[in-house]
Design a protein around this ligand. Structure first.
Ligand code: WQD
Length: 335
């Protein structure tokens, strides 16, 4: 089977390509390297001893998508290609809507032209906005997003819902990722954001290697156990493997439709718990200070992923210690 992966050299895309290749799928990949590096292709080959059939280009370019669909008999599309920095999206909303929303419209148009009607879309827990009840289930309301990144994912979910009604042949899975962290245990691929990391784990990892001096803990007055923000961190390899379950589900669906699944562990950990775990498993000291809250942050967010377990046969198996160990292993191998 031929799987077309957009954003194939990105953080989630690259780890998913590894699992797809290891599972015996043929992978056709597209990336414009706007937030990744070409060398990831070689790292994926080193890990799997298999190659991706790679095309360099932009999802907004209809001609490259047409070329890929003409040259390859695509069975399923897995769409990761998007900008994903929350703070950045507040500063550059239009570029987020063009890149994250218009690109999906172009993709769907070309898929319809080539009669490719199986899609996995990478959405985000951010579409839930602030929820008072935990854990979060897929039935909870979405919509009160607090930043253009989350809103762009929300817009695409609405588009896919409308598509599913208008074209019932489409089989669509929407994965709402909670907080993907960590790296492949080989240390060859991982989260390697350009510049200063916006997210907690890559920042901690760079403080551990002294590339960054001190972590700012954004607020210790939240309504949580120790006052710091609580999130559902999920190992990137667990997250990547869920896409194999998703492809199986799409192939076994007797009729079209759109299915939504949370991908998380169901456990929430605070910032201070993350710091302590990272220090313990890696035998390092993380220098941190308490800083003011970051605007747009919420107190607590963790998933109920029982629907993915029941319907996809998927559950996360790696724990916070694995996440911290693999995240650190990646940065020390890629300094
Ligand atoms: C986690 C916790 C911060 C950095 C975002 C997106 C989400 C997904 C993951 C794409 C919070 C605290 C962080 C720091 C800190 N991305 N923190 N100091 O905001 O939960 O989710 O990234 O899909 O869609 O919204 O992740 O790692 O930025 O923050 O104290 O330097 O760590 O306040 O409590 P977040 P995060």
């Amino acid at each position: 089977m031929n799987i077309f992966v957009t954003g194939c050299t990105g953080y989630i895309g690259s780890h998913t390509c590894v699992e797809l290749l290891n599972a015996g799928y043929n992978v056709i990949g597209l990336d414009n390297f706007s937030n990744s590096k070409r060398e990831v292709l070689d790292k994926i080959k080193q890990i799997t001893n298999k190659k991706i059939k790679f095309y360099e280009g932009d999802m907004l370019d209809e001609s490259i998508l047409d070329k890929i669909m003409n040259e390859n008999n695509i069975d399923v599309v897995v769409d990761f290609a998007a900008y994903k920095a929350v703070g950045d999206s507040v500063v550059k909303p239009i570029s987020y809507y063009i890149n994250n929303v218009s690109s999906v419209l172009t993709l769907i148009k070309v898929m319809q032209k080539h009669n490719v009607k199986k899609l996995i879309f990478s959405s985000s827990a951010t579409v839930y906005g602030k929820q008072d009840i935990m854990p979060i289930t897929e039935e909870m309301p979405i919509g009160n997003t607090t930043n253009p990144y989350g809103t762009s994912k929300l817009f695409v979910e609405h588009i896919l819902n409308d598509l599913s009604i208008a074209d019932p042949e489409f089989k669509i899975i929407v994965f709402r990722y909670f907080n993907p962290v960590g790296a492949h245990p080989s240390g060859l691929i991982g989260e390697n954001p350009n510049g200063i990391p916006a997210n907690l784990m890559p920042f901690i990892a760079k403080v551990a290697t002294k590339e960054l001096e001190c972590l700012s803990v954004f607020g210790d007055d939240y309504d949580t156990l120790d006052g710091t923000g609580v999130r559902d961190y999920i190992h990137i390899v667990d997250l990547a493997k869920a896409h194999l379950n998703g492809i199986n589900k799409l192939n076994n669906m007797n009729e079209g439709g759109l299915l939504v699944y949370n991908l998380g562990t169901g456990k929430g950990y605070s910032v201070l718990e993350m710091i302590k775990t990272f220090e313990k498993v890696n035998n390092v000291t993380i220098n941190y200070k308490i800083a003011p809250r970051r605007s747009g942050d919420i107190d607590t967010c963790y998933a109920d992923s029982s629907k993915a377990s029941k319907e996809l046969g998927w559950t996360a198996s790696l724990n916070l210690e694995d996440m911290c160990k693999d995240a650190y292993n990646f940065v020390i191998n890629n300094k």
